[in-house]
Write a protein that binds this ligand. Structure first.
Ligand code: ADP
Ligand code: 5GP
Length: 213
């Protein structure tokens, strides 16, 4: 029986801009042991309360293109007219070390990550309605009218892609949506695939090489 090294699980969360994905993730990550959040790189400007290195690594277009050329990104995509990408080295280091990793990336990036990690669990967050989505985007107050139009136009296209995700969370009541995400993480952590190294070690310990069969 080949020995299987323990490895972390990869979770991907996608949603149209303004659904509340960052808010949900922000509630779940701090209380979830061994779950790491991958901070993406982007060429969009930082919003007033965003911190470089915590919310995103804010890069110039030149720095981002250099990152693409050097193979820095596990995936990257052009979203709402800006570049976004996931750092390969940190994600793979965490997974190898046995930590679970959560990515907040768009549908294009999710397709790319699934090529490298077909076992990744994919979660799509829906708004209760398009009206509520627009209201939330506007109330956040971080986009100009032009940027809002780009994001709302993209929302419909992104929601069409939700049908191939493993899980759908509807973010109506925030606490319930956060609980749904926690439940998905817990279920996956108890799956046969995730527990295989522990089960294997257990079964090996039961084998007695001196036993006469
Ligand atoms: P995303 O990361 O998906 O772009 P945000 O997390 O920034 O979205 O949330 C967009 C806005 O909606 C924020 O002002 C946030 O406080 C608000 N919000 C998030 N979830 C809910 C919810 N369940 N009910 C009401 N407002 C919410
Ligand atoms: P925002 O500008 O609102 O923070 O994010 C806009 C969109 O970019 C969201 O759909 C978000 O999931 C996506 N995004 C954030 N980081 C990444 C990334 O590293 N890769 C990809 N492909 N999309 C990302």
């Amino acid at each position: 029986m080949p020995h299987r090294e323990p490895s972390g699980q990869l979770f991907i969360v996608s949603a149209p801009s303004g659904v509340g994905k960052s808010t949900i993730i922000g509630k779940v990550i701090p209380n979830c042991a061994k779950l790491r959040f991958s901070v993406s790189s982007t060429t969009r400007a930082a919003r007033p309360r965003e911190i470089d290195g915590k919310d995103y690594h804010f890069l110039s277009v030149d720095e981002f293109v250099q990152g693409i050329r050097s193979g820095r990104f596990l995936e990257w995509a052009r979203v709402h007219n800006h570049f976004y990408g996931t750092d390969r080295s940190i994600v793979e280091k965490w997974l190898k070390g046995g930590d679970d990793v959560l990515l907040d990336i768009d549908v294009q990036g999710t397709r790319l990550v699934r090529c490298a990690h077909p076992e990744a669990e994919t979660i799509f967050v829906l708004p209760p309605s398009m009206e509520v989505l627009e209201e939330r985007l506007r109330s956040r107050g971080t986009e100009t009218e032009e940027q809002l139009a780009v994001r709302l136009a993209a929302a419909g296209r992104e929601i069409f892609e939700s049908s191939w995700y493993d899980y759908i969370i509807v973010n109506d009541q925030l606490e319930e949506a956060a609980e749904d995400l926690r439940a998905i993480l817990r279920a996956r952590r108890s799956s046969r695939v995730a527990r295989a190294p522990e089960v294997q070690a257990f079964l090996m310990s039961l084998l007695d090489p001196n036993a006469k069969s």
